[in-house]
Ligand binder design. Structure first.
Ligand code: NAP
Ligand code: ZN
Length: 346
């Protein structure tokens, strides 16, 4: 076993604090990664505070992991010591089911989430990236393009793939009118990626002070949603809307902005169910769908796309002992646009 240092929540109301635990010894197909940076996703907060139910404590959150390989198991073929790599939201899957065969491991019923989950054995708890090292089967490791700033790349492992995947599935290309709801960690990646795909991007935000940033990130329009009068003229104008909001809000407002056959995909996960009016869907024959991160193959495709277009996240780099303050600021939508932990401070 490998003694490991991290930060953990001991229960749903305790602040995160230093925690020592063990990683498994390196298996034949495993790599040992020294973690350099880990992004802070709003999902970390939902889970550390048990807002979705079923949380496992002690919990070491973190699924936007980047670092360098320090050891490789004897049968590892794709990576070598020194490689710059990442780990995202899951660290294993059954490798046999249709989801695994079709590169959609995120839907494998046995998939092991990076933290707040169990390994494929169904019992060994997993611990995430707010820690100095992680042991991962090489199949679930991603290669980081060498031209990208490493700290700014960490958020691509969740925020990047979670927005890239639905944009690709909905065939976003030049000229498509795309709306992004919520300019947070996911939303700001959605803006950058949709703009890079050539879309005409509108940000819908509750924060008027993010207007200039939205334009700098690549948005063509910025609409403050607190004033419903600003939304009325946009009814029926959008091909695709990505909803990346972390808290309860009215989905009908945005469904009504879709054109004929338009789709809205939800990636944000508020804690309470949303009410949908049938009229919001039957009008213009609209669709409402959801999306969960992406498979390993698509995550590598996203990283390579970001490498080729020089796309990274806008981050605020923090020391690990600032994590509780970072959670409070994230909840207040006060982060530009992703906190990333410098793991050298652990
Ligand atoms: P975040 O950085 O906190 O961003 C959320 C944004 O939502 C905020 O910046 C804010 O944008 C907006 N918002 C917050 N409270 C709001 C409210 N009461 N009403 C309307 N808008 C509000 O969070 P994130 O890390 O991007 O994650 C967003 C959500 O996606 C979370 O629920 C997270 O768990 C989920 N998630 C899902 C997946 C997936 O695979 N589906 C993956 C990762 C995360 P403005 O200031 O612009 O209004
Ligand atoms: Zn995440």
């Amino acid at each position: 076993m490998l003694p490991t240092k991290g930060y953990a929540a001991q229960n749903a109301t305790s602040p995160l604090a230093p925690f020592s635990f063990s990683r498994r010894a390196l298996g034949a197909h495993d790599v040992l990664i020294k973690i350099a940076y880990c992004g802070v996703c709003h999902s970390d907060i939902h889970q550390a505070r048990d807002e979705w139910g079923g949380a496992r404590f002690p919990m070491v959150p973190g699924h936007e992991i980047v670092g360098h390989i320090t050891h490789v198991g004897e049968q590892v073929t794709q990576y070598k010591v020194g490689d710059t790599v990442g780990v995202g939201c899951f660290v294993d899957s059954c490798r046999e089911c249709a989801n695994c065969h079709e590169h959609e491991e995120q839907f494998c019923p046995k998939r092991a989430m990076t933290y707040n989950g169990v390994e494929v054995d169904g019992k060994t708890p997993t611990f995430g990236g707010y820690s100095n090292q992680i042991v991962t089967h090489e199949r679930y490791v991603l290669r980081i393009p060498p031209n990208l700033d490493l700290a700014k790349t960490a958020p691509l492992l969740c925020a990047g793939i979670t927005t890239y995947s639905p944009l690709r599935r909905n065939k976003i290309t030049a000229g498509k009118r795309v709306g992004i709801v919520g300019l947070g960690g996911l939303g700001h990646m959605g803006v950058k990626l949709a703009a890079a795909m050539g879309a005409d991007v509108t940000v819908f935000s509750t924060s008027p002070n993010k207007a200039e940033d939205a334009k700098r990130l690549g948005a063509h329009q910025f609409v403050v949603t607190r004033d419903p009068r600003l939304l009325a003229p946009l009814a029926g104008k959008f091909d695709f809307i990505l909803d990346a909001v972390s808290a309860e809000h009215d989905l009908n407002v945005y469904l009504n902005l879709l054109n004929r056959g338009g789709t809205m995909t939800i990636v944000g996960v508020p804690t309470k169910p949303a009410a949908i009016s049938a009229f919001s869907l039957i009008t213009n024959r609209r669709s409402l769908s959801g999306s969960l991160i992406g498979g390993i193959k698509e995550t590598q495709e996203m990283l390579d796309f970001c490498g080729s277009k020089n796309i990274t996240s806008d981050i605020e780099l923090i020391a690990i002992d600032q994590i509780n303050e970072a959670y409070d600021r994230t909840i207040k939508s006060d982060v530009k646009y992703r906190f990333v932990i410098d793991m050298a401070t652990l």
